[in-house]
Design a protein around this ligand. Structure first.
Ligand code: FAD
Length: 307
């Protein structure tokens, strides 16, 4: 299926119906741009004067639209729309053991405050990931939730990378020009593993984040104490890319979950996620306090879960 839109400067719009067709088109037009909801590409073309003469709409590619519930987690096709994702996450959350769906619930909550219904009905999971916006609401959560991205090339080779290694810089991802993001694997959470989302925007509804975050800890009982065996603290809106608080993670691992831990972690976090006075985006004092208060809220929330 192919449209030549002469009124749009000869723009070619393709709508392939299989992944092989996508790669055939990419071989013919190496600079062609993939689109799903067009909510990023459309803005670039209309408001940022970007010119993409060949667009490949992958909305009807079955391989990119699969949603499969497995024993160890969920496989989500890159072209799955956010509204569709929420439906399945809700179903999974109702059906599976509660401890397995901590990440699912965090995604449901975060998507509640993601744009409006019209955008969510067309915007895709992969479009959000591949745009790699520093204020993406979902990328910090994929990273915190130990998600894996599956990437396919024109020969059908599939490689897998951890979400936390996928984002390389400002709107820059680990994807070669001949590669396509195929799917996202979201693992179920384990007993005593807790994942939580955070977002602060000017408005509650339909607004972009000032700062957002995804956080995860897994606790283990040792000598009648709850000890952190793994953690992941990731922020958006504080750097050119979604940013891991690596030193805070290192500080947390092996420590007992108590008030001293909170005090110590906040001190480490203050220097770990450091916004310079002249950081792009302004509101530096506010954003600094948000990074700390999100962690404070996370601490309280996890403590409640353990009661
Ligand atoms: P598209 O515009 O179709 O594509 C985006 C990019 O991804 C393109 O570069 C495309 O080539 C690439 N791409 C798509 N699929 C693949 C693939 N399988 N492999 C490789 N590359 C691929 N974002 C937030 O995080 N939070 C918000 O609250 C929010 N609110 C918004 C409100 C409005 C009004 C608008 C216009 C946007 C908002 N966004 C928000 C941003 C946007 O909606 C999301 O990033 C959306 O998920 C992008 O998906 P899409 O399918 O529309 O992407």
């Amino acid at each position: 299926c192919y449209l030549n839109l002469s009124g749009f400067g000869g723009l070619k719009w393709f709508r392939p119906i299989g992944l092989q067709h996508v790669f055939d088109l990419k071989a013919r037009y190496p600079d062609a741009k993939l689109v799903v909801g067009n909510t990023e590409v459309g803005i670039e073309m209309r408001l940022k004067s970007m010119h993409y003469p060949v667009l490949i709409s992958v909305t009807h590619v079955p391989e990119l639209n699969m949603l499969s519930v497995k024993d160890d987690g969920m496989e989500i096709g890159a072209a799955v729309r956010l509204s569709e994702l929420v439906k399945v996450l809700k179903k999974v959350t109702a059906e599976r053991a509660s401890y397995e769906t901590s990440s699912c619930r965090a995604f449901i909550e975060q998507i509640k405050w993601f744009a409006g219904t019209q955008i969510k009905n067309v915007a895709s999971v992969g479009g959000n990931i591949c745009t790699a916006s520093p204020i993406s609401d979902l990328n910090p959560l994929w990273m915190a939730a130990r998600a894996m991205f599956r990437i396919i090339d024109c020969k059908g080779n599939i490689r897998t990378t951890l979400a936390e290694n996928f984002f390389l810089g400002y709107r820059k991802v680990d994807l070669a020009s001949g590669e396509v993001l195929l799917s996202i694997f979201l693992p179920w959470t384990r007993p005593f593993e807790h994942v939580k989302e955070f977002k602060q925007a000017h408005r509650r509804d339909d607004d972009i984040a000032i700062v957002n975050a995804g956080m995860r800890v897994i606790l283990e009982e040792k000598n009648q104490k709850w000890v952190i065996s793994d953690a992941s603290i990731v922020y958006g809106g504080v750097a050119p890319l979604s940013l891991r608080a690596s030193r805070t993670k290192d500080f947390l691992i092996g420590k007992s979950w108590n008030k001293e831990l909170l005090q110590g972690a906040l001190k480490v976090l203050e220097n770990d996620i450091f916004l310079k006075e002249d950081a792009p985006g302004g509101m530096v004092e506010f954003r600094r306090s948000l990074t700390l208060s999100f962690f404070f809220k996370f601490f309280l929330w996890v403590s409640q879960q353990m009661d």
